[in-house]
Write a protein that binds this ligand. Sequence first.
Ligand code: BGP
Length: 462
Amino acid sequence: MWGGAVAANQVEGAWNEDGKGPSTADVATAGSREVPREYTDGVQPGRFYPSHEAVDFYHRYREDIALFAEMGFRAFRTSVNWSRIFPNGDEAEPNAAGLDFYDRLVDELLAHDIRPVLTLSHYEVPYGLVERYGSWRDRRMVEFFARYSESVLARLGDRVDHWLTFNEINAITLFPFVPAGLRFAEGENRDAVIYQAAHHQLLASARAVELARQYSPGSQVGMMMLYPTTYAQTCHPQDALERVQMMRPHWLFPEVQVHGRYPSWAEAFLRGKGVTLDLQPGDAELLARGTVDYIGISYYMSVVASHQDGGEISHGNIAGGFRNPYLAESDWGWQIDPLGLRLALNELNDRYHKPIFVVENGLGAYDELTADGRVHDPYRSEYLAAHLRQIHAAMTEDGVEVMGFTPWGCLDCVSMSTGQMSKRYGLIYVDRDDAGQGSLRRIRKDSFEWYREVIATGGASV
Ligand code: BGP
């Protein structure tokens, strides 16, 4: 399945239209490479252009889908924004206008022979749930999420055949507000909050899987994780142990979502962090019932584990770890490692024996709209080609089943980590700057033509 990927809050805009409520993404200010985004206590109109207007996909999706079709997309991954469907999160009934939007979107995609791949939760939580319940720290979130998922699945389940429950579910351990709306009291054991919230998300994911079986029979439901391929810095045995320990918080999630139970090491691992999970009767059974059909991954970089001072820390790298001297890095410090993707696919295949969908990969870069009215971005197609070659090797030489490839931000969108437009991933340029100014005109980049050829030749042109 060749295509592209975005997320609702990073492209749609229209943050308060047609009954939509504010979400966690809507209270985040724009940051920059140097200045982190600020996740504020509320919505102060005027300060929040990033997700409030984004690239206006909400009103321009028809034009964008036509461009995707021109590139030959067979799949398009986006997310449903929870706060369009349940503006405060805990209402009894869904907002009809929110469901109508996704209904039209799905039909438009299908009319172009593009299969929608829908993520139920991509880095947004209705802000009302953060204020009233402390977001995912509260077990009642499982029911709110199930109600939301049921509304979406009941409406779209007949036409959507690929679902993902939570985007990068393991990111909760790295930056807990963005994916899960978690804030902490002073002196609180953060790990206790994070892993309990993660448990609630795992239960919610299992509920969504069950509901998909009911409302979207025959569809495939995946878990989705950020995959940080991790190297031991040296052959010192302690570095190898450090690597195992760094991977544990990531492995925890596919262990539960694929196997339907916590792994044997989970209790000791959590005890080491001073965490005892609140497990209720019925939880184990629910997790066992709600296992997924496939694994979705995002892959951007690899990281280095060291048991001692491993040298310079790669700061921009959202997954942490030390700088790898063998790799180049993006302008934002994300270390570029195509072979690491082959390793990722092999590690996952060796452990889980499930089909894998590469639902995010790409290069965030500064693009220039030149005098000829074009964007010449050979660096982007080179990045994607290098990663595609490794996917191909994993498929043909290692026997990994890869379902598809949907590069991230196929349409320029707001960057998750910086909240800016200037960190661009797109094959389609959007005339919009960091201050939220610009005509919003769409322009085909050189990588657009390159990707069209890749799809047309089934990858042979790479
Ligand atoms: C992933 C997220 C996406 C996306 C991407 C690129 O972690 O799932 O939402 O934004 O990273 O990140 P950024 O926009 O910070 O460069």
